[in-house]
Design a protein around this ligand. Sequence first.
Ligand code: GN1
Ligand code: MG
Length: 365
Amino acid sequence: MRTDIYKIAECFQLEGIVKNIKPLGEGFINDTYIIDTEADDSPSYLLQRKNKNIFTDVPAMMDNIERVTLHLKEKVNAKGGDPMKEALTVTKTKEGALYHMDDEGEYWAVCLFIAGSITYETADTPELAFAGGKGIGKFQCMTSDFAGKLTNILPGFHDIRYRFKQWEEVLSKDPVGRKKELVEEITWIEERRTEMLEFWEKVEDGEIPTRVTHNDTKINNILFDDKGDVLCVIDLDTVLSSTALNDFGDAIRSYTNTGLEDDKDLEKVTMDMEIFEAYTKGYLSETKSFLTPIEIEYLAFSAKYITYEQVLRFLMDYIDGDNYYKTKYANHNLVRTHAQYKLLQSIEEQYDDMLKVVKANLQTD
Ligand code: GN1
Ligand code: MG
């Protein structure tokens, strides 16, 4: 293990001498390590083994990331900001490539660790939620004039029509015989199918515009400085061209949950209205000048849409025999399904108030 990971790090253009490499975090998808270097003034780096089962075109993914980060750096430069802190920097291999493929065909990539940056696992104060909303809002504002075309490396990612296709296949195969115990859960999905498809049709026919989207807008994908201001958005693996609403909805799904994504105690899981309000305020402060009326109209709905999709994805993976998400115990994906469904219900109950909050935050200050 030691030699392998150190050998891989050596393939990249790192400043300074590598001191140690340690695993970092518990992502469901990639394996992440932090590389510390000897000298005090040489930077640390993040090394990741990209999950090639999920990211089936890592070269295209890295190319998307490089193009978006270069665009962000231009914007930061134009404002007189610090492009090394306010945008992610991809560290190339010694051969100048954006990734390294090891002897086993695994893909590795490195980016600069932004010194002094702080991350939070949960957005438990309105101030933090406001800052997070501003962070994603800024990202979307800075990329709103991105002219290039991003490769769609995750076809159908937040596309509910595509998810229903996967859903039907999994249900008809029922590979591990779990379907029979899930009559109620399957109804949760089916009774909302039309509502979700009606929304997605507006994206398909272009009524809802397509922009650069991040697609994983949890608070721990935002770096803050020591004053609590947003530096930049990280984990750009899933940058795609899609609707900005996905990013808003996914942030609400993760920020506002008063419980855990896999909470066994469903009493703890609700949508926190105060956090919703703060995130929306922060987000709209950066985006209301360019979002179109239909995007604003569907902002609150996107929280239902993405949370519903997550219920569907966890349940589908459970029926499929747990092949997509890493699980820690036998029915982990079912526990996740129930917890996300409880969150969805809480969003549905508070939906009218959510619409009011969006409206109230559109006024120009
Ligand atoms: C996955 O591994 P992580 O937390 O970055 C997933 C997201 C899900 C999330 C659920 C590429 O993200 O879409 O919402 O788990 N990413 C991918 O926690 O499928
Ligand atoms: Mg991610």
